[in-house]
Design a protein around this ligand. Structure first.
Ligand SMILES: Cc1cc2nc3c(=O)[nH]c(=O)nc-3n(C[C@H](O)[C@H](O)[C@H](O)COP(=O)(O)OP(=O)(O)OC[C@H]3O[C@@H](n4cnc5c(N)ncnc54)[C@H](O)[C@@H]3O)c2cc1C
Length: 508
């Protein structure tokens, strides 16, 4: 087990001297009941661990935030048991255009309709509070998980066996003892501060007003997602979940969060879109979009995930998606450590794998943001000329925004498929289950120390033929899939099993 980082000062102490302090025990404590914390709780609870979530607010956050999630996020929600319910609230987006004031297309990303290799649509427009409601209801149904609302984290201590975290609650001070803690308490993350983990500032800082509306008449609304790259007022206009549409307006010199939210100003900003009477404003908020990355994602038994670990401008629609990837990456590793006694050095692979991916996603968000947020008219004219000529030469970006692979970690080396998502055929993820799984042509030797599925297993009835074809394309008899549905490797069953046992540092 990796000891707490001795170079970090001790985190603050819980006030266990309070007469009403009650210590209760759990496998994993999650601080923060936002979407990342609740999905993390669902994944861990579905893997059989005992989980508690402590959330300082009484209810979910009601203001505008994520409007888009990608196919991989849907796949994580599938693993959490809520994808079908979520999908029923979404709308599929087929195109994302960056246009100038004259309507010329500067960049176009076409994701098309239909399924991706994950088995879910590439681009899903959402209403974040609706999804958070679905997540919380699902958590309520888990017998081995619980959510404490109005519990505010105040500090923790950790030792060789676990972490004790302290909370103020409406009923007095409380503490929870856990083997591990997931710090999912958002951008300002009190638990990241308590662990004394600093953030790199990656250098983006723009304030935008976000206006969410309820659609009454969809006919005047654009049928794709738009970034209007107008140097006089950079503007976003995107679809959301069922029945909603969003506008975002960059704050310009002279605007303040108060002045831009005045009804007259909102009417002036919305006027060019000619949607008077077609939409009703539901809610609005001003945000400062930044880009930050935690220097350390783990301190002993504390693991950062979601906005607590990384922040990005929203132009690639990836902040929440990244947090969901974090907890998917951690859940199966924590289950191996807590249920099967795997050395917890395995958890060090979390930052190694996730950080380069998130760094690239942040860079993408910044690059797109720099295209949109250009306010110098001369520079904007040059940008337009350059992007239009590039588009004439190269055509449109095919498919969704390209995302990088995970960094080095628990993957077989020298394996072309290692680190890719395994394709999902006919809900095959659900048959593979929450942990690592070896899928092979014929039953493997009986002494393999890992779950396996033979392709003729009746559970694979609907996906076996497609999996078989895919394995044949890889010229492999087996694939070892990790719990987060990334491929560990393809090849021979026994070799894969031995390499995996070595990679997670347990005996084959
Ligand atoms: C305008 C906007 C647009 C966005 N668009 C997209 C998009 O299209 N796609 C996308 O993927 N992402 C998008 N995002 C980002 C996305 O909303 C966030 O990444 C996501 O909400 C982060 O979830 P989280 O659970 O990590 O943090 P949060 O949702 O912030 O949850 C943290 C929780 O911790 C709780 N907490 C804080 N302190 C304590 C404490 N002391 N004790 C206990 N609990 C505490 C908070 O109350 C909160 O409930 C957007 C964000 C904004 C602002």
């Amino acid at each position: 087990m990796t000891p707490p980082d001795a170079s970090q000062p001790e985190a603050s102490q819980p006030d266990a001297s309070q007469p009403d302090a009650i210590a209760s025990e759990t496998d994993v404590l999650i601080i923060g009941g936002g979407p990342v914390g609740i999905v993390g709780a669902l994944l861990l609870a579905r893997a059989g661990l005992r989980v508690r979530v402590a959330e300082k607010e009484a209810d979910i956050y009601p203001l505008p935030r994520a409007a888009h999630i990608d196919h991989e996020a849907m796949r994580v929600l599938q693993a959490a048991g809520v994808a079908d319910e979520v999908l029923a609230t979404t709308r599929e987006a087929a195109r994302y255009d960056f246009v100038n004031k004259s309507g010329d297309v500067l960049m176009r990303f076409e994701t098309g309709q239909g399924q991706t290799l994950s088995g879910w649509p590439a681009s899903n427009m959402i209403h974040q509070p609706s999804i958070e409601r679905i997540l919380r209801d699902a958590l309520d149904r888990m017998p081995n998980a619980g959510l404490h609302t109005q519990w505010t984290f105040t500090g923790f201590t950790q030792d060789a066996a676990g972490v004790t975290a302290a909370f103020t609650t409406p009923h007095g001070n409380r503490s929870i003892r856990a083997r591990y803690v997931l710090a999912c308490d958002g951008a300002n993350s009190p638990s990241r501060h308590a662990a004394n983990i600093a953030m790199h500032d990656l250098g983006f800082d723009e304030s935008w007003l976000v206006v969410d509306t309820i659609i009454k008449d969809a006919s005047p609304l654009p049928d794709c997602n738009l970034q209007l790259c107008d140097p006089l007022r950079p503007t976003t206009c995107v679809q959301m979940g069922q029945g909603r549409h969003r506008w975002e307006f960059m704050l310009m010199p002279g605007d303040t969060p108060d002045t831009i939210q005045h009804p007259d100003k909102i009417a002036e900003l919305m006027a060019p879109w000619e949607v008077d009477g077609a939409v009703d404003i539901e809610r609005m908020a001003v945000y400062r979009f930044g880009a930050k990355l935690a220097r350390h994602w783990r301190q002993g038994r504390i693991l950062l995930a979601g906005d607590a670990a990384h922040l990005m401008p929203p132009f690639a629609g990836q902040g929440l998606c990244s947090g969901l990837r974090d907890v998917a990456n951690l859940a199966w590793k924590l289950a191996l450590v807590l249920q099967q006694g795997v050395d917890d050095a395995l958890l060090d692979s979390y930052q190694r794998e996730r950080e380069p991916h998130v760094q690239a996603v942040i860079d993408l968000g910044i690059t797109l943001g720099q295209v949109v947020c250009m306010t110098d008219p001369e520079a904007a004219a040059m940008r337009d000329a350059q992007l239009i000529s590039q588009r004439r030469k190269n055509g449109d970006a095919a498919g969704a925004l390209a995302l990088p692979p995970l960094g080095n970690g628990v993957f077989r080396t020298d394996d072309a498929q290692a680190g890719n998502l395994v394709p999902q055929f006919a809900r095959s993820d659900e048959v593979f289950g929450p942990g690592p799984c070896l899928i092979c042509e014929t039953p493997p030797p009986p002494d393999l120390p890992i779950n396996y599925l033979a392709l003729n297993d009746p559970q694979l009835e609907h996906s076996a033929a497609a999996l078989k074809r895919w394995l044949a394309e890889q010229k492999a008899e087996a694939v070892l899939v990790r719990g987060d549905k990334y491929i560990f490797g393809v090849g021979e069953a026994r070799d894969l099993s031995a390499a995996f046992a070595q990679a997670i540092d347990c005996k084959p």
